[in-house]
Write a protein that binds this ligand. Structure first.
Ligand code: ADP
Ligand code: ZN
Length: 312
């Protein structure tokens, strides 16, 4: 249904649930955000009370709510903890039933996925992945995570991908830093997330000058990650977002390393001749999370209405 300006009259709720803040928005299926608020992530009770208060005035008019959440989250509908946050260092949030708390406040469809899976959806609807069937969206920020669209579907599988926790070669002579992942130490996230950069060099990532040796090491690690995602998922594009990727000089370093590491093995013109448009920044800088949550609500609605045929 459209109004006189050709915009949709359908209203959707969107929640980008993060470890430091929840961004909530009301918008339309074409990605137009009408109202938006930031709520600090404190205790689940306090944060969720504010989230629900935000949506209440329009609650009755919303057709669906989409949630992109930090995680890991349980996305297997057959398990009792479906919709819960499973592991997190955030106090009080372990096993919190995020989906249930929203569902009991709003008797409308509430769709939940990971923050990076919904960011990938935003990219295919409105960003750098329009027209693609298979690609990865990676965030390099407080953590490292990845979402993938594979042959037009969001990849879930067993639970959901945890692309930041892959193991990569770690030359402990060149880089004696042990890594900061509480589970794995020197997985990719443990070595190359924003907080890992800060812990290794003693300066916040955005305070490291461009000529600092931090960046060639960072590019090396991220290139190894890219090679692994490229070889396992065969993406048509790799989109890198998140705070650390605001350091735009990293892109050239990463692209060069990826080509070197692949050693000409993959016979794809996109990689051999066109790597600048193969490994790219997000064009939705800072907005892919909240737009992704909106995209997930839209996708959920389409599925329910049986009109799903537009994504890829
Ligand atoms: P989150 O991952 O929590 O959603 P961000 O994607 O903004 O949030 O990532 C935050 C991390 O990115 C922090 O470790 C911060 O130091 C780092 N960061 C933010 N901006 C920049 C920048 N311009 N350059 C390098 N690192 C940055
Ligand atoms: Zn890890």
């Amino acid at each position: 249904m459209k109004n006189q300006e050709g915009r949709s009259n359908v209203l959707l709720g969107a929640i980008e649930a993060g470890g430091t803040k929840f961004c909530c928005a009301v918008g339309t299926p074409d990605g137009n955000v009408i109202r938006e608020i930031l709520i600090p992530t404190t205790t689940p009770e306090e944060t969720m009370r504010q989230v629900i208060e935000f949506f209440l005035p329009q609650g009755g008019k919303l057709a669906a709510i989409g949630v992109g959440s930090f995680g890991p989250i349980q996305l297997n509908r057959d398990l009792p903890k479906y919709g819960c946050i499973t592991n997190t260092p955030k106090n009080g949030w372990v096993d919190f039933d995020l989906l249930g708390s929203l569902q009991s406040a709003f008797p409308i469809p509430v769709a939940l996925d990971t923050d990076v899976n919904v960011a990938a959806l935003a990219e295919v609807y409105w960003g750098t992945a329009q027209g693609l069937n298979t690609f990865v969206y990676i965030t390099v920020g407080t953590g490292i995570g990845g979402g993938a669209l594979v042959e037009g579907n969001i990849l879930h599988g067993l639970t959901h991908p945890e692309m930041g926790h892959i193991r990569i070669p770690h030359d402990k002579i060149r880089d004696p830093f042990p890594g900061i992942c509480p589970y794995h130490g020197d997985c990719l996230e443990g070595l190359a997330s924003g907080p890992a950069l800060e812990a290794r060099w003693g300066i916040t990532a955005n305070g490291l000058p461009q000529e600092h040796p931090a960046w060639s090491l960072e590019a090396e690690y991220l290139a190894m990650g890219c090679v692994n995602w490229i070889c396992t998922l065969s993406p048509e594009r790799v989109i890198l977002g998140g705070g650390v990727m605001q350091q735009r000089h990293l892109f050239a370093l990463i692209r060069d390393r990826v080509v070197l590491l692949l050693k000409g093995y993959l016979d794809a013109p996109e990689i051999i001749h066109n790597i600048d448009s193969f490994i790219v920044p997000s064009s939705l800088t800072g907005r892919s999370g909240i737009l992704g949550a909106l995209a997930l609500a839209r996708l959920d609605l389409k599925f329910r209405e049986g009109t799903f045929q537009e994504m890829a």
